[in-house]
Design a protein around this ligand. Structure first.
Ligand SMILES: NC(=O)c1ccc[n+]([C@@H]2O[C@H](COP(=O)([O-])OP(=O)(O)OC[C@H]3O[C@@H](n4cnc5c(N)ncnc54)[C@H](O)[C@@H]3O)[C@@H](O)[C@H]2O)c1
Ligand SMILES: [Mg+2]
Length: 352
């Protein structure tokens, strides 16, 4: 229930956090930190930092799970000091969220070349030893993290990568400067403002009523099949992109599009995955694979998909040198789409 009653406080910020629901207060607090550099600097004093090296997050193994440790500002300053680095490097950190109690969370990459400090990147093994953890490639880490940490670290990696790649103004070539939160970069020379971007991608699970269509690119791990995905062209609607991508990749026309869900996907650059179900016209099921885009595509039955969904670790399942058919991991939206199709077809209400 929202406690916000429309009362406007005279204190800065112009709303009173105490009158807002926890969620609204949190979003307003994060909004303030993005807009106000002084407030964000102050938040760093009481906030915590997630560390990365070359875009790989620091993880610590605890019992049966991997967790990303959080470090306070003073711990981070001590670490930098220990390795002979100036604390200006902390200016490269980006805001990635906050707790319900308004403890701000930041991410900092110690391996990328710093735009704030003249010191060279820190050496990975030494920091791993000092912090008793390992920097693990995010694609691998996603298999071991819980949903909340996976989402937070994906956001952090996407934002750190975007800042690393946008250090110069594309209009005049001069260096750009990030605001404290990292929600934008500004070119002092041309006055251009740059905001972190995501590319919209449609991902579609096509059904013929009893089977679903899955495909693989040669770059996928062996045996893995997924739903059809493709970047939206400029000027296209989501619906147009779904029709075009399915036609382009497998030579089929689809109808009865149903939006399912969306997801931020950090690889290889930030994408906004928009997931849909679609159906082919009855009898129009002949696949014509575009070999410039895909290695293979095929129709899979309900039973084949159910069996594949149960294969959590496909690499241990190899028999006689063959790799079994398997599906993207739980955290990928493709997994969600496929699971949804299985559940719907079990109830006999799958899009025909
Ligand atoms: N989260 C998931 O479940 C999931 C599943 C499948 C694919 N994906 C992601 O979807 C994305 C798109 O899938 P795809 O590779 O089949 O796309 P695609 O079919 O559009 O083919 C990729 C090609 O599109 C072109 N392209 C056009 N706009 C681009 C842009 N903004 N960035 C990069 N390339 C662009 C390039 O030539 C590129 O080689 C991939 O990055 C992949 O990681 C995510
Ligand atoms: Mg594709």
């Amino acid at each position: 229930m929202s406690l916000y009653c429309g009362i406007v406080c005279r204190r800065k910020p112009f709303w009173c956090y105490r009158l807002l629901s926890t969620y609204v207060a949190k979003t307003r607090y994060l909004f303030e930190l993005k807009e106000d550099d002084d407030a964000c600097k102050k938040a760093q004093q009481t906030g915590t930092f997630y560390l990365f090296h070359g875009l790989a997050p620091l993880l610590q193994k605890s019992e049966h799970q991997y967790l990303p440790p959080q470090h306070s500002l003073s711990e981070l300053e001590r670490l930098l000091d220990k390795f002979g680095q100036d604390t200006q490097r902390i200016e490269d950190s980006v805001l990635i969220g906050c707790s319900e109690h308004h403890e701000a969370w930041f991410a900092l990459d110690l391996g990328l070349n710093s735009s704030s400090s003249i010191n060279a990147a820190l050496q990975k093994p030494e920091i791993e030893r000092a912090l008793q953890g390992s920097f693990i490639e995010l694609r691998k880490a996603l298999f071991w993290l819980n949903v909340k940490d996976a989402s937070l670290l994906s956001t952090a990696q996407a934002l750190l990568r975007w800042h690393d790649a946008h250090q110069f103004c594309s209009r005049c070539g001069q260096p750009t400067e990030k605001n404290v939160a990292g929600s934008k970069r500004v070119c002092p020379a041309s006055k251009s403002i740059y905001y972190p971007q995501m590319a919209p991608v449609v991902i579609t699970l096509v059904s013929d009523g009893t089977r679903c269509l899955l495909a693989r690119q040669s770059s996928f791990p062996k045996g893995m099949y997924s739903a059809l995905a493709g970047f939206c062209d400029i000027g296209e609607s989501v619906e147009e992109a779904v029709h075009r991508e399915v036609a382009e990749e497998v030579g089929l026309e689809v109808e009865r599009l149903q939006y399912s869900a969306s997801q931020h996907w950090p690889f290889p650059n930030s994408s906004l995955m928009i997931a849909c179900h679609a159906a082919v016209k009855p009898g129009h099921t002949e696949i014509k694979v575009n070999l410039r885009e895909l290695e293979a595509a095929a129709w899979f039955t309900h039973d084949e998909v159910v069996t594949a969904l149960k294969r959590n670790d496909p690499y241990t399942q190899q028999q006689n040198g063959t790799v079994p058919f398997w599906l993207p991991p739980k955290l990928a939206i493709a997994h969600h789409l496929i699971k949804e199709w299985v559940e719907k077809s079990t109830c006999s209400t799958v899009p025909a």
